[in-house]
Design a protein around this ligand. Structure first.
Ligand SMILES: Cc1cc2nc3c(=O)[nH]c(=O)nc-3n(C[C@H](O)[C@H](O)[C@H](O)COP(=O)(O)OP(=O)(O)OC[C@H]3O[C@@H](n4cnc5c(N)ncnc54)[C@H](O)[C@@H]3O)c2cc1C
Length: 486
């Protein structure tokens, strides 16, 4: 067994060509992908070759991914299924690609079950993915710029959340939130069920989750660009630089990145499920004001810290991070996060890495006007913020789901976790990570000898996700309350 697979230039063109899937393949329409994957299901032969180490070695030359690189490569262009036949190693190592809530919880669960993992994440500033917090150092200004808070409805998630509370990683957000209707009518939600936020923001929660773990290695910032099966292991690399070899891979991210990664990996069933996922786009406007916003028309004082907005095209949520995270302190700036609706996000979509200045200005103006409309205030009545930043979440939230906690392909020894498998919020992401971590641990414990028993979610149909544009059920009081035990 080698430590790294040969580089593209060091092997013959005949062998390597099939691995290079044309870029267009990543953007094939769904119908094409279905056709593609139907033709590449594991053949009965490749499955028979998995009936144990003996069978595997007998067929090694022809069908086992345990040794023949050529057989892998021959299949890649058509996304033929990778079938690992070597026995699972005694000290398995799992690669988790994505350090958002789902990937982090998956790694935690694997550790609980005695399985080593390495989490790779692209985050330059920290882990957490869509639990992002932006801190502008000079001030300091603090903004949660994706997930705002979370609620708990599942007993397993409640147990996890209790442990975060006990460690001081999260706090309850007791400020008033509710629904704000265009024109300034605000209806508060009851304070139950409890709402939670990370202490000092959501990202610090993501960064702290693995801090006391010894069986989880974190590699960041790192963008895994290639997955290749070789010698019974998954070989990962980042733009040509090897990032190690692993018994099992977990795809804990979604969207374009995941589709690209899976396009030529030899995991057609997983790739197909990922391709079915549809995501909304949402604009975030971060704005810091010297003073509190003017109260809605007719209100004696400002009535909320966070509000789901109804009836305004450019605005679906507004939340005051400063009061939420640090309480009301006189003379402190007020850092607000505003989110657009998904419809507005779609209409004004641009490449999120390269937002034209004119679009940024247009969106900023449109969203600030939306705030005035929501509060029922005349145009121009909100003082100019002294700091603003617009950001497009191009792949913000899932709009459809297979409604299954995780996906696992035991033949390819690869799984998927993420919010979209169950819904579109932090709780869904955590539950998915937990489910996949446990499932992989069970599979590894079984020695991988009866893979058919461990296939999960590879053919589930998708249905629309309900709830609000930012992934929470509204009104929040419809969520069942759970008592946490700190
Ligand atoms: C605008 C907005 C508002 C939201 N508000 C709320 C809210 O108030 N409450 C709530 O509960 N939920 C909210 N959500 C949803 C919540 O943020 C997500 O459900 C949850 O964080 C998803 O976690 P995840 O692990 O599934 O994915 P992610 O958080 O997206 O994690 C995936 C990670 O993988 C990394 N990655 C991607 N590709 C690679 C690669 N090739 N190599 C290495 N790393 C890679 C990404 O950088 C990212 O860090 C909101 C989301 C958005 C966008």
């Amino acid at each position: 067994m080698t430590n790294s697979i040969p580089s593209i230039s060091s092997t013959s063109a005949f062998v390597l060509q099939p691995l290079k899937v044309p870029k267009q393949l990543c953007i094939l329409r769904r119908t094409s992908i279905i056709h593609l994957t139907c033709t590449s299901k594991p053949t009965p032969n490749s499955r028979t070759s998995m009936n144990g180490p003996r069978a595997a070695s007998r067929h090694r030359k022809r069908s086992s991914y345990g040794s023949s690189r050529r057989s892998i490569l021959k299949k890649s262009f058509n996304q033929e299924q990778v079938t690992f036949t070597v026995p699972v190693s005694h000290e398995p190592h799992v690669a988790v690609i994505g350090g958002g809530m789902s990937g982090l919880v998956c790694a935690l669960e694997l550790e609980k079950r005695g399985v080593r993992s390495t989490v790779f994440d692209t985050g330059v500033h920290g882990l957490g993915g869509r639990m992002g917090t932006r801190v502008i150092n000079q001030q300091p200004l603090v903004f949660d710029h994706a997930a705002q808070f979370f609620t708990v409805s599942d007993p397993q998630f409640a147990e996890l959340v209790s442990s975060w509370l006990a460690k001081g990683l999260i706090q309850e957000w007791q400020g008033t939130i509710g629904e704000l209707e265009v024109g300034g009518r605000f209806v508060p939600f009851p304070s139950s069920p409890s709402r939670y936020v990370g202490v000092n923001g959501m990202r610090p929660l993501g960064d702290s989750l693995l801090s006391q773990n010894c069986m989880v290695n974190v590699v960041r910032p790192c963008w895994i660009s290639t997955l290749e099966p070789f010698n019974g292991m998954w070989h990962l690399s980042e733009n040509g630089n090897p990032r190690g070899q692993y018994d099992v891979v977990v795809i804990a991210h979604n969207g374009k990145c995941a589709n690209r990664l899976l396009a030529s990996s030899g995991l057609p069933l997983i790739a197909r499920q990922m391709k079915r996922l549809e995501l909304s786009s949402i604009w975030a406007l971060l704005a810091a004001f010297e003073n509190p916003l003017p109260s809605p028309s007719g209100a004696a004082s400002f009535p909320f810290e966070g509000a789901f907005v109804k009836g305004v095209d450019s605005l679906s949520w507004m939340g005051n991070n400063s009061v939420k995270l640090f309480g009301s302190q006189k003379n402190n700036p007020h850092c607000w996060t505003f989110f657009s609706t998904a419809a507005y996000g779609k209409r004004n979509k641009v490449p999120q890495e390269n937002i034209p200045t004119a679009t940024a200005e247009k969106v900023k103006t449109g969203m600030l006007e939306g705030v005035e409309a929501a509060l029922g205030l005349p145009k121009g009545s909100i003082p100019s913020p002294f700091y603003t930043r617009v950001q497009l979440w191009g792949a913000a939230l899932p709009t459809n789901t297979p409604g299954i906690p995780c996906i696992f392909d035991p033949y390819g020894r690869a799984g998927i976790c993420g919010d979209w498998l169950l819904g579109s919020n932090i709780e869904s992401a955590a539950l998915s990570g937990m489910a996949l971590g446990n499932h992989i641990a069970d599979y590894l414990q079984s020695g991988g000898l009866c893979p058919e028993e461990f296939a999960v979610g590879l053919h589930n149909e998708f249905h629309p996700v309900g709830g609000h544009d930012i992934g929470l059920t509204v009104p929040a009081n419809e969520l069942p309350a759970l008592q946490l035990t700190p």
